[in-house]
Design a protein around this ligand. Structure first.
Ligand code: NAP
Length: 394
């Protein structure tokens, strides 16, 4: 990437796993990026104020308005004079703040407002918050202009790189036979369904290859994350669900692959480190020098691939089903899952109850088109209420 132009970044979810790794990329590449806006939920005000003092944004936003006094105090103590915004509208204003690229690293469906605000303002959107694309599929796709949406998820960054690296055949949809999304398999790979019955939150939070926020870590253990990623791949690359495969690759080095009609497969490989796809999305299409360590080819290593056990982990098949139904179905899958993950982490729902409950909520839902924000939020709210009812009696 050229260092003669500095790219300004609005970073949403700056205090989380993606957010702090994004700031690490920015701090280690002086002159390449400038932080224009920082936004977070409000749970870690002190960290947010420290980030503002270090990176000097124009604006700082917190979603939880009750965190505003503490934030103002923490910013004043560090001599930060940035504009301060609060509430969901404040975060949306930060998303639309003048910048070259918005990185949405918020967790969950509530990232939708920021995704829509950034796209409406014409910003390039580096999307870690896959939930907003999945939940608001038709809305987001209608708003996003070609090239405006850049994936941050390592699998989708890999798919974009494979298509790009393949040159003319990557740009020709008829030359692509299938997308192959890799999955680490999570901490419970190899277990049967019966062996998953007594899994604890502590075990589910111990991911073998990635260090991430709690929701995506549990989603990786249930494979709901892979289900969401299959829908995300469909929406980003316009490939039918029958042409998107999932393969388990426990080493998490091959981040995904594209198979072409002649039988050739292009793969993207790098050790598991989110700073690489983050840096690529921030600098897209330029590559940021030394964003993360490369594969060390001087050391012996083994990469393995195995099929997914759909009986033990039915979340991916369920995601294919809701993805194919389209409309509000993916929003319901995601919302029910968010409620179930909370219930599991609070000790109110067994591990297997997460996907079983999501399936029950999905089966009760009457799908509509998801053409307006109200319709999407209505389906999301209905699914949350229904999932809470079901988990209360679980
Ligand atoms: N972590 C990974 O390696 C990884 C990899 C691929 C994709 N992703 C995706 O990236 C997204 C973020 O994941 P994560 O692991 O970074 O989550 P995380 O560690 O839980 O961080 C979430 C961030 O969102 C902020 N936040 C919460 N509510 C908000 C709101 N209403 N408005 C603005 N900010 C809000 C949090 O602020 P507080 O600190 O104030 O709560 C925090 O900064 C998810 O969609 C996930 O699926 C993550």
């Amino acid at each position: 990437m050229q260092s003669d132009t500095t790219r300004s970044v609005a970073l949403l979810g700056s205090t989380g796993s993606i957010g702090t790794q994004s700031l690490d990329v920015i701090a280690r590449t002086p002159g390449l990026f400038r932080v224009a806006a920082l936004a977070a939920g409000g749970g870690r005000v002190d960290l947010l104020a420290r980030q503002a003092a270090e990176f000097g944004p124009d604006v700082v936003a917190v979603a939880d308005a009750s965190a505003l006094p503490a934030l103002r105090e923490a910013l004043a103590a560090r001599g930060v004079t940035a504009k301060v915004l609060a509430g969901p509208e404040g975060v949306a204003e930060a998303a639309a703040w003048p910048s070259d690229v918005v990185l949405n690293g918020v967790t969950g469906a509530l990232g939708l407002t920021s995704t829509l605000a950034a796209l409406e303002a014409g910003r390039v959107l580096a999307l870690a918050n896959k939930e907003s694309l999945i939940v608001g599929g038709p809305l987001v796709k209608r708003l996003a202009k070609p090239g405006q949406l850049i994936p941050v998820d390592s699998e989708h960054s890999a798919l974009a790189q494979c298509l790009w690296a393949a040159g003319p055949s990557g740009a020709d949809a008829s030359a692509v036979r299938r997308l192959v999304v890799t999955a680490s398999g999570g901490p419970f790979r190899g277990r049967s369904r019966a062996e998953l019955a007594d899994v604890t939150p502590e075990q589910a939070l111990a991911h073998p290859t990635w260090s991430m926020g709690p929701v995506i870590t549990v989603n990786s253990a249930t494979l709901v994350n892979k289900g969401l990623e299959v829908i995300e791949a469909h929406l980003l690359f316009d490939i039918g669900f029958d042409r998107i495969d999932v393969v388990v690759h426990p080493q998490s080095i091959v981040h995904s692959m594209v198979e072409f009609v002649d039988g050739s497969t292009v793969a993207q490989a790098s050790p598991p480190d989110m700073r690489l796809p983050i840096a690529l999305a921030l600098g897209w299409p330029g590559r940021v020098r030394d964003a993360a360590p490369a594969v060390d080819w001087t050391r012996a290593g083994v990469w393995t691939f195995e099929p997914l056990d759909d009986e033990a982990f039915p979340a991916v098949e369920l995601a294919r089903h809701v993805g194919s139904e389209g409309g509000t179905a993916p929003a319901v899958y995601n919302a029910a899952n968010e409620v179930c993950v909370d219930a599991f982490l609070a000790g109110r729902l067994p591990f297997l109850g997460i996907v079983d409950t999501v399936a029950a909520v999905v089966s009760e839902h009457t799908v509509t088109g998801a053409d307006t924000v109200d319709e999407v939020l209505g389906a999301d709210e209905w699914a949350r209420i229904r999932a809470r009812e079901l988990t209360a009696t679980a």
